[in-house]
Ligand binder design. Structure first.
Ligand SMILES: *[C@@H]1O[C@H](CO)[C@@H](O)[C@H](O)[C@H]1NC(C)=O
Ligand SMILES: *[C@@H]1O[C@H](CO)[C@@H](O)[C@H](O)[C@H]1NC(C)=O
Ligand SMILES: *[C@@H]1O[C@H](CO)[C@@H](O)[C@H](O)[C@H]1NC(C)=O
Ligand SMILES: *[C@@H]1O[C@H](CO)[C@@H](O)[C@H](O)[C@H]1NC(C)=O
Length: 924
């Protein structure tokens, strides 16, 4: 209804307004049927992959005193240069485009480029700052409307227009990218700039909707998202004259009101325009559970992209596609005017810009994008036009309301202030734009979107989509007809932001689903880990058959007794073939050795094990304390050393003192041994199960001399810290290292067993990510995750006061309402743990609160991931890729003696950490 009304009336209204003296006229600055280039002599212009004029159109422009720069993105194949310029001097038809900065930046139809080079793949928009520099936003995607090739990562090149040289390059950390990210537009906020490199840039991600904020002063980047940035399926189809096309594009139109600090934005597929204050964007990623404070500015008569802010009165200038017009709306007065209407010249306005060279003028690019898109281009028509529009202003308003001149020479400094006399109410054309009343009802946000953690750009951490769940708005069909759209409630400058609400599960996230406690109903998109080894039962190798027979006869080997618990992985230098080690602790009798290396020998029940470092180390079964009595877990450090934690007991009979034995894996030789002093353990009670070694002087710079070992004693309910350089250890025991009886029953795949175990899982904050380093730990029989700063736990003098020592320093991070066993933290600060219910591996960004929203299910399989008792994150030496390795068993069945040796009972599985976090399926 609304749109029909507009289409009928606007021509009439235009006639009325065009008679006014202040009415601007639209001039054609440049126009082209098809674009052509000033090619180099040897250019392969006959190669349609290099140049196909039917596929080249302009979507962005920037204007200086003497030049007009245009962006021709690689929407299709055959765009020879993505950034070009023409001289501004003469208006006229078909000027030849000059590659910018020069042809060497083009990578079209080339394969011999390196994404680290100064090249440009596909630029949609370009902006000029007040330091006379041109910012080129390169999306990095080729043929975005054809095969969407990710040619290079997105970046910004900043070119000094005085020299035409690149003066700055901005690469985006993977953390702010999403699978299909397409960076299409940006505004530069110089309002607080003290120098040229002290600006904020707000960038639209159109395909994975969000706004990326780049703080160039601090060189940090983060990402925010909101449903308002998503396309509205009800407006997927746009209509220009007789052409209809469907494009579900998210946020793409951007404009910045410098005086009021407001960023306006609009997706293509919407009838709405939204705003967000610069302080909201600048504040960094949102705390968990909070909504970005977005306002609905109003509704338009049809879709559009280009936005600009009028320099005289801060009015919002927009171009509704179906009305083939450019209109303005003044948010202060609600006055509306049609600045230009032209069915032929004003079609798809992909960009509008003001220019410092000509205050009070708007340049716009109008193309027949829809016809390029629909492949019904008429190459005899004018298909690209650069338009110039002088904005109306009343002469007496100049300097009427001078604003304070900002520190930096931004647009404020032009001295153009004050209001031009807008059309009187009688002439107001409310039909293109309606701003909703402020007294909006409060519908609750029906969907959820999260923030990303603040990213330190200098660190270039590999990133993940974890905690980035950005939900898609429901389609109109699935909305309650009696309920207004949530977006409609975002009105007004004074309406407070919606309060964070407690979300129920059932949210869709990008890449993974998360739904607690409903194990059977997981979405198949949970990715499987890659199976590396599996056993029905462990296959022990013996030095000879006689020894095997004797061990079997004497009970030193009982095939029903061994259960593997831990895995660790060692890549020898320059090798891509890892050595794998597993532990088989002596819970009871009948385990021939408790540390083994995996072989390549396949036996009927699984791969054969070989004793490590040798059979002799194990064969005394506790009578030789220079050997190994019972090993639950090991830790291989970055120096190629294996730290073996030997509990010294079998079935709680303490044969030897618990000890740390360190082997050099290059030689398999013993290089260090430390036996725990009697103060540090409780004979017949203690069972040391997890070592975690923190090398504080790691390679390549360090010499691997400074190591702190944390050892968990779940049955003695404590942690022992061993300072290797100082040669001493101390014990920590308090309420946080204890189990919680409520979590004493462990249920795995429907079978339960009782265990009241204290501290088990250990992990530390990685070095070099700018966080205070903590030891993260939890008891097996507890839901609580706890942390203690390393500087506190590593200082022996803090621990002389029994269970109240340094108690205030412990940080209860959060509760997960279920047990988890082994844990590990990646280099970038993502914690992983295998949960008992649902049976899966969960991940958590340690920078965020430990809440159900932030602890996300990443892999789920009740069959193969029953009890994840071993977990390690290993960095491959070749490409530094991080791999998550897990060993899973069926502890619940082992404890009840119910293992079925016809089934696979033990598995070693692997996935790259990035694949896990991105939910894209394990490829390595
Ligand atoms: C690309 O260039 C960078 C920096 O010059 C270099 O480190 C990298 O090895 C190059 N990559 C390829 C594939 O040549
Ligand atoms: C980013 O990390 C670098 C290197 O650790 C550090 O010097 C810098 O202060 C950090 N920046 C911010 C904003 O945290
Ligand atoms: C496989 O394991 C089962 C259970 O321990 C055992 O009975 C059987 O002998 C094993 N098979 C072989 C070939 O070792
Ligand atoms: C250890 O902690 C004590 C206080 O408990 C403090 O005085 C001392 O400086 C700390 N030592 C180190 C090396 O931080």
């Amino acid at each position: 209804m609304f749109r029909i009304f507009v289409t009928i009336t606007c021509a009439v209204l235009w006639e009325a307004s065009s008679s006014q003296a202040v009415t601007p006229t639209v001039q054609v600055a440049k126009q082209w049927k098809l674009l052509s280039y000033d090619f180099q002599p040897e250019a392969p212009i006959r190669d349609p992959n290099f140049f196909n004029p039917q596929n080249v159109l302009i979507t962005g422009l920037a204007v200086t005193e003497d030049r007009i720069f245009v962006a021709t993105p690689k929407l299709f194949s055959g765009v020879p240069s993505t950034v070009t310029w023409v001289s501004k001097a003469q208006f006229g038809d078909s000027p030849v485009l000059q590659a910018y900065p020069d042809w060497s930046f083009s990578n079209t139809a080339r394969t011999d480029f390196n994404c680290s080079d100064l090249i440009l793949t596909s630029v949609y928009r370009l902006r000029i700052d007040s330091c006379n520099r041109l910012w080129l936003l390169d999306a990095g995607i080729s043929r975005s409307l054809e095969d969407y090739e990710r040619t290079c990562a997105p970046k910004i090149l900043v070119v000094d227009l005085n020299t035409d040289r690149v003066v700055r390059r901005v690469d985006f950390p993977a953390e702010v990218l999403r699978g299909e990210s397409l960076f299409t537009n940006m505004v530069i906020d110089e309002t607080s700039a003290k120098h040229c490199d002290d600006v904020f840039v707000y960038i639209s991600d159109t395909v994975e909707p969000g706004i990326v904020v780049y703080d160039s002063g601090k060189d940090v980047t983060w990402r925010v998202s909101h449903p308002a940035m998503y396309p509205d399926p009800d407006f997927a189809q746009s209509e220009i004259l007789n052409d209809r096309f469907v494009l579900m594009d998210g946020v793409v139109g951007l404009a910045f009101d410098e005086r009021n600090g407001i960023v306006y934005f609009q997706p293509l597929a919407t009838d709405r325009i939204f705003s967000v204050h610069k302080n909201v964007l600048r504040a960094g990623p949102l705390p968990s559970g909070q909504m970005l404070d977005i306002k609905l500015v109003g509704k338009k008569s049809s879709q559009g992209i280009g936005l600009a802010v009028g320099p005289f009165d801060n009015s919002l200038i927009f171009s509704p596609l179906s009305e083939t017009a450019i209109a303005s709306w003044n948010p202060a007065t609600n006055q509306q005017s049609v600045l230009a209407y032209d069915r032929d010249r004003l079609q798809f306005i992909a960009d509008m810009t003001t220019t410092r060279a000509e205050p009070g003028v708007i340049y716009a690019i109008s193309s027949k994008f829809h016809r390029f898109f629909l492949k019904n281009l008429n190459s005899n028509e004018l298909n690209n036009r650069i338009l110039r529009l002088e904005l109306p202003h009343s002469s007496n308003s100049l300097q009427a309301h001078p604003l304070p001149v900002p520190a930096h020479n931004s647009l404020h400094a032009y001295g153009i202030t004050g209001l031009y006399s807008t059309q009187s109410a009688a002439h107001a054309l409310q039909s293109y734009f309606t701003s909703p009343a402020l007294q909006a009802g409060t519908t609750q946000p029906p969907y959820k979107y999260d923030h990303s953690g603040i990213l330190n750009y200098s660190l270039r951490n590999p990133f993940t989509a974890l905690n980035q769940g950005e939900a898609f708005p429901p389609s109109k069909a699935t909305r309650d007809n009696y309920q207004r759209s949530y977006l409609d409630t975002l009105v007004g400058g004074s309406v407070p932001a919606p309060q964070p609400i407690a979300y129920t599960p059932q949210q869709r996230h990008s890449g993974y689903y998360y739904q607690r406690g409903a194990g059977a109903n997981f979405h198949p998109q949970y990715k499987e880990l890659i199976n590396i080894y599996e056993w029905r039962n462990l296959e022990f190798a013996f030095p000879n058959e006689r020894e095997r027979t004797q061990a079997l006869n004497s009970g030193r080997y009982n095939p029903d007794s061994p259960i593997p618990i831990d895995i660790d992985v060692y890549y020898p230098p320059k090798s891509t073939e890892p050595r794998l080690f597993i532990t088989i602790p002596r819970f009871g009798q009948g385990v021939p050795y408790s540390l083994a290396q995996l072989t390549r020998v396949k036996r009927p029940n699984g791969t054969e094990l070989q004793p490590f470092p040798s059979y002799d180390w194990h064969s005394s079964h506790g009578t030789n304390c220079d050997g190994l009595t019972s090993v639950y877990r090991v830790h291989i450090d970055p120096c190629g050393q294996m730290w073996i934690l030997d509990s010294g007991e079998i079935e709680f009979e303490q044969h030897c003192a618990p000890q740390i034995v360190v082997l050099d894996l290059a030689t398999n030789q013993l290089i260090h041994r430390y036996r725990l002093p009697s103060d540090d353990y409780k004979p017949k009670i203690s069972r040391f199960v997890t070592p975690l070694v923190d090398i504080t002087d790691p390679p390549p710079q360090g010499s691997c001399k400074e190591a702190i070992v944390y050892m968990s004693d779940p049955t003695g309910m404590g942690i022992v810290v061993y300072d290797v350089l100082a040669g001493k250890s101390w014990r920590i025991e308090n309420k946080f290292t204890y189990p919680n009886p409520t979590f004493g029953t462990h249920t795995i795949a429907g079978e339960s067993f009782e265990l009241l175990d204290g501290t088990l899982g250990l992990a530390v904050t990685p070095q070099g990510i700018g966080l205070r380093r903590l030891l993260y730990f939890h008891s097996l029989s507890n839901e609580l995750e706890v942390a203690i700063p390393l500087d506190v736990i590593n200082n022996a003098t803090n621990w002389g006061y029994g269970i109240s020592s340094s108690l205030d320093e412990f940080i209860p991070l959060g509760r997960r309402n279920v047990q988890c066993a082994a844990s590990a933290i990646s280099k970038a600060g993502f914690w992983f743990c295998g949960f008992l219910e649902p049976i899966g591996i969960f991940g958590w960004n340690i920078r965020t609160p430990y809440t159900m929203d932030n602890v996300q299910l990443l892999a789920f399989n009740p069959e193969t991931l029953q009890f994840v008792s071993g977990m390690k994150i290993i960095r491959r030496p070749g490409d530094m890729l991080e791999e998550l390795w897990v060993l899973s068993n069926r502890l619940q069945k082992a404890f009840s003696g119910a293992l079925n040796y016809k089934e696979i009972n033990y598995r070693v599985q692997r996935c790259s950490v990035d694949d896990m976090l991105l939910g894209r399926g394990c490829r390595v």
